[in-house]
Design a binder for this molecule. Structure first.
Ligand SMILES: Nc1nc2c(c(=O)[nH]1)N[C@H]1C(S)=C(S)[C@@H](COP(=O)(O)O)O[C@H]1N2
Ligand SMILES: [Mo]
Length: 527
């Protein structure tokens, strides 16, 4: 085989590698558009690169490329990937299956990059997996076709070195080579189409997340009161007083997180009002905003479950907005609607009794995360989320319970959903040694307040636990109790007593239709 032929064969193998990996990424981006709208193979690898890059490299990139630093990063990643892909093609041609292994290694890196993202769900693995699979299958197929198309040394097709124009193709355009080129061109075209499709579908998501990154939340006119000293116990394993956004439970019907550019967001207040009110993002930001800590709970939370979280929310009082619209005396409900059609029916009297019912834009000092309703959601202390906490909210319809039905009311859940008094044991989680043991957890009765928490062992007498200072009646409160544990297997139980004298019910009832009841219990082995 002549040098020119070898060069041409390697060129075809490199082309095979680039087409295979490129098409894999294209298909992966398309899959990402459906299952992981904020991610995707390129952005995930980019994210990992950004996370791993040393600070000086990031500073240099910003200094060199300014606001185009992200574009520069993507171009850089594409170049590196193209080089790797070409190498994989050549290696697969001359030393199979090293090229395949190289692609699998890169795919594994992509999967790790995805799996280590802060907000990861198993479905996010689909794009990198599909990318790797498509790339490997195409690489093997294209490299085989390229090999078939190439003349062997000494065969009749071997091209005389003198006849070869080193600039042009050194290989004869026989049927095998045309087949290879057709496959390569077809794969490239399909990959490109899939990629363009995926990026177009996700263009909205990128616009919105860029918009979110650019937001500077206004300072609240009414800041949250300082968290009282003694509100948080220093107990290992105890739920933190404020739930970090990345750990906040997420419940919604949205298979794909709705994407709203704040510049396009509008809230319409209508129905039984004197005048319709519309509010846009700039107007909302200019209003005097308030900050309040509120514990949000899901009606589906089982006793002892984790569908509850506490955050500091920044927003505008819904009541003030309703006043602006002038609510009809006949109305008794606000049907809030999200951009994806979800609805919640909230009693008007709850929204207007002075509690911190907010049209919220901030969560723990940040703009709302996409999953938690960006750019605007409702938060109402004392009500389960399904009747109050509409995310991606775009409409408030003032109406009546006997005229309108909300999403979950139509599916067998109670029309009204005040949060039930409840408590949870967080620690101990594991077997403990005999002697003093700290038992601790949280208790909540939003907008009423927790007066007392009691613990008992093996069904014995109730004993009062120590209660931390509450941030407010709208938040959960931590409790702890010192247990003198004796060896053996013991069952701990907890119950809370509300500020209104209500004692947490021990009757075990499931979440449907208006919230679970019963007592959290935990069996602990004492050695
Ligand atoms: N648009 C929309 N908003 C929604 C829901 C939903 O399905 N769609 N679910 C509600 C329910 S049932 C709960 S418990 C809370 C959960 O809010 P979180 O995901 O921010 O914790 O959102 C509420 N808001
Ligand atoms: Mo919920």
């Amino acid at each position: 085989m002549t040098g020119a032929v070898r060069t041409a064969r390697r060129r075809d193998a490199a082309l095979a590698g680039i087409v295979a990996v490129g098409a894999g990424i294209g298909v992966g981006e398309l899959v990402a558009a459906f299952v992981a709208p904020t991610g995707g193979p390129i952005t995930d690898v980019g994210g990992l690169a950004v996370d791993l890059a040393p600070a000086w490299a990031k500073d240099a990139a910003i200094a060199l490329f300014g606001t185009a630093d992200k574009l520069a990063l993507i171009v850089g990643i594409a170049l590196v990937l193209a080089l790797l892909a070409a190498a994989a093609g050549v290696l697969e041609a001359i030393r199979p299956p090293i090229g395949t292994l190289l692609v699998i290694a890169a795919g594994t890196a992509g999967i790790v990059a995805t799996a280590t993202r802060a907000q990861f769900s198993p479905l996010d693995l689909a794009p990198p997996l599909v990318t790797a699979l498509v790339a490997v299958l195409l690489l093997r197929r294209l490299v085989r076709l390229a090999a078939l198309a190439a003349p062997r040394a000494g065969s009749a097709e071997t091209v005389d070195a003198e006849a070869v124009d080193a600039e042009a193709s050194a290989l004869p355009a026989g049927p095998d080579r045309r087949r290879f080129l057709a496959w390569a061109a077809g794969s490239a075209a399909l990959g490109l189409l899939a990629g363009i499709g995926g990026w177009t579908l996700r263009a909205g998501a990128r616009v919105a997340s860029a918009a979110r990154d650019a937001i500077r939340l206004p300072a609240p006119a009414t800041p949250a009161p300082a968290i009282p000293a003694g509100a948080a116990f220093d107990v290992d394993g105890l739920t933190p007083l404020i739930t970090p956004n990345a750990e906040f439970y997420r419940i919604d019907t949205a298979l794909q997180v709705p994407v709203i550019d704040p510049a396009d967001w509008q809230l319409r207040v209508h129905g039984q009002v004197e005048r319709e009110v519309t509010l846009d993002w700039e107007e909302l930001l200019a209003l005097p905003l308030e900050e309040h800590a509120v514990t949000l709970a899901c009606v589906s939370n089982e006793v002892g479950g984790s569908l509850i979280g506490n955050a500091t929310w920044l927003g505008y009082p819904i009541a003030a907005l309703l006043d602006r619209a002038g609510v009809s005396a006949d109305a008794d409900m606000v049907l809030s609607r999200s951009i994806d059609g979800f609805t919640a029916g909230t009693p008007l009297e709850v929204l207007r009794d002075g509690r911190a019912a907010l049209l919220a834009i901030g969560m723990n000092g940040e703009p709302l995360p996409a999953e938690h309703g960006f750019p605007v959601r409702l938060v109402v202390p004392g009500l389960y989320g399904y009747v109050s906490a509409t995310k991606w909210v775009t409409e408030l319809e003032v109406t009546r319970f006997d005229r309108a039905r909300a999403y979950w009311t139509d599916r067998g859940w109670s029309e009204r959903g005040p949060v039930k008094l409840s408590s949870r044991i967080d620690v101990p989680r594991e077997p403990v040694g005999a002697g003093p043991v700290v038992v601790a957890g949280v208790a909540w009765y939003q907008h009423v307040g927790v007066e007392r928490v009691e613990v008992r062992v093996d069904g014995g007498a109730w004993q009062e636990a120590e209660l931390a200072s509450a941030i407010s009646d709208d938040t959960w409160v931590q409790w702890r109790w010192r247990w003198d544990a004796s060896p053996g297997s013991h069952e701990l139980q907890v119950r809370a007593v509300g500020s209104d004298g209500t004692v947490q019910s021990s009757e075990q009832r499931p979440p449907a239709p208006d919230g679970a009841t019963g007592l959290d219990r935990r069996t602990v082995e004492v050695q």
